[in-house]
Ligand binder design. Structure first.
Ligand code: HEC
Ligand code: HEC
Length: 468
């Protein structure tokens, strides 16, 4: 009896990092920042009829799932889970039902069929969602007089209209335009933004290791300072269009970052790893890649030790630069804004991208900040030889995972599917990622030493990367 008690107390006290991480991920799934009518909302009461907003823990019916799969997963790119659509909520406010978006709509993603909170959503298409929301909400909002309704309706329309703005929004599934966040500051300063901000489309970054990452800076370019918590609210800020909203939820945001996100651990590779080969790969990695990405070490408990990443100038990494355009003008507006005390910036002579820690990299495809390289193998090829288009639809499902090249599978050159892709890609299909589109270039991150790798060496490094 005593022994059993001892065992029970040991297991409760010695919660390991994995359990803490799982708990934090659960909490993250339930998190949204709707507050006093403000937030990433849709028109009031629409959520009553659109049965996708989480109302209870009831499992979804078969019919629900079928509808969800077609529209929500394949067209809008949400993650449809057993009991909910990740990141969609239904909140009560002044007798109304308000559909709300939470962080995990973007900051949860699937890889090889597994849903991982803290992984970026690979497929969400905010431009497409916004366009449909504008249409539906316009009809829904006609002839309304209730001031509470109108208040939220206005915010919901702003959110949808900016997301849908053809001039600045994303051109493919799975990319989020940073331009949307910028609109908040342009509007506040009364400076027109449509011809001045680039789309700046990026993949949603993974969130494990954030505590160390923020020491270099927040976001892919680390221009935003991680000195205090605030920039994590970027997406909410433009949506709710209120700096007071940010101030009101700052304690909750701080909790979300420090007590939830900081606990996230990276997902382990779910298939086989050849340990011997991975060892060889580690040697090669430490020799050539670690000077930018750092040496990846585990603590005595077996968990990753995250390290502060380096910022690599754009002249060195030479990847797509659309994300970095117009920063100086934007920075001036941020510093003149009503929340410049919370949203601080890093001023550096050189712009560039962070060379991220590579823990859980197997799940983070397509690779680079603009998601332009479908597999780890392609990243070792000269840019002109990398795959130029790939299908993002259902990119996180198991049948889309390429276990050899590690990442998103794509059709072989010369196959029928390949020819079909060419046509779709050129006609602008949103589910096809095409590297010729604005901000989609797959250039860069090809260094001299990579030219000399044999196939064997490439596969050894990939084997090592799987183990991270
Ligand atoms: C519409 C999608 C979307 C939503 C919703 C969203 N984010 Fe993000 N988030 C992004 C994108 C895209 C980036 C990267 C932007 C960049 O680097 O240019 C990002 C970056 C971040 C980063 C910085 C990570 C790094 O590596 O520097 C944090 C932290 C973060 N988000 C937290 C949150 C939190 C907390 C919420 C909820 C309040 C949230 N996000 C809601 C899309 C979203
Ligand atoms: C000169 C510095 C440098 C070297 C050397 C380097 N990298 Fe990188 N790496 C970067 C930077 C910077 C990025 C981010 C670039 C971007 O997103 O546009 C990056 C991105 C990546 C990514 C994609 C990360 C993601 O989240 O999508 C992978 C994978 C990667 N590197 C692997 C490697 C490997 C493997 C090597 C060695 C063979 C290597 N890198 C060598 C700087 C470097």
């Amino acid at each position: 009896m005593k022994l059993i008690l001892l065992l029970i107390s040991l297991t409760t006290y010695s919660q390991n990092k994995f359990e803490l991480s799982e708990q934090a991920k659960k909490e993250f799934l339930d998190l949204n920042f709707f507050e006093n009518g403000r937030g990433m909302t849709v028109s009031p009461n629409l959520s009553r009829y659109v049965n996708i907003f989480k109302k209870s823990n009831k499992k979804l019916s078969k019919l629900d799932k079928f509808i969800f799969k077609k529209r929500l997963q394949e067209t809008y790119g949400f993650n449809v889970l057993e009991d909910r659509v990740a990141g969609l909520f239904n909140e009560k406010y002044k007798g109304m039902d308000v559909g709300v978006l939470g962080c995990v709509a973007c900051h949860g993603g699937k890889a090889a069929g597994k849903f991982i909170a803290g992984l970026g959503n690979k497929t969400i298409d905010v431009g497409r969602i916004g366009a449909d929301a504008v249409l539906v909400q316009k009809i829904w909002g006609t002839n309304r007089t209730n001031p509470d309704f109108l208040k939220i309706q206005k915010v919901a329309m702003n959110f949808a209209q900016i997301s849908a703005d053809q001039k600045i929004t994303n051109l493919s599934m799975g990319l989020i335009p940073d331009s949307s966040i910028k609109t908040f500051f342009y509007k506040e300063a009364k400076v027109p933004y449509r011809s001045r901000v680039s789309r700046a489309q990026v993949k949603v970054p993974h969130l494990w290791g954030l505590k160390e990452k923020r020491k270099t800076g927040i976001f892919w370019g680390a221009e935003s300072s991680g000195e205090n918590i605030g920039w994590e609210f970027g997406a909410e800020l433009f949506a709710s269009d209120s700096s007071e909203h940010l101030r009101a939820v700052l304690p909750k945001l701080t909790h979300a970052v420090e007590n939830i996100i900081y606990k996230f651990e990276s997902p382990a590779y779910p298939f086989d790893i050849n340990e011997l080969r991975a060892k060889l790969g580690k040697k090669l990695f430490d020799k050539s890649c670690a000077k930018c990405h750092g040496v990846h070490q585990r603590g005595e408990d077996g968990y990753p030790i995250y390290h502060r990443p380096k910022l690599i100038p754009i002249e060195v990494v030479k990847t797509d630069e659309d994300r970095l355009k117009g920063w100086d003008e934007y920075a001036r507006l941020v510093e003149k804004s009503s929340i410049s005390d919370v949203l601080k910036l890093n001023h550096r002579d050189k712009k560039g991208y962070v060379a991220p820690n590579l823990w859980g990299i197997w799940a983070r495809f397509p690779y680079l900040h603009n998601a332009s390289v479908p597999t780890l193998y392609d990243l070792f090829l000269e840019p002109s030889k990398r795959q130029k288009f790939f299908d993002m639809k259902n990119a996180g499902e198991e049948n889309r995972f390429d276990k050899k090249l590690i990442g998103l599978e794509y059709p072989n050159k010369g196959s029928r599917a390949y020819e079909e892709f060419v046509n779709k890609a050129e006609s602008g299909a949103r589910n096809i990622y095409y590297t010729k589109r604005e901000g989609h270039s797959n250039k860069g991150h090809y260094f001299k030493f990579m030219k000399n790798y044999t196939q064997d060496e490439i596969y050894s490094i990939i084997e090592y990367l799987k183990s991270l």
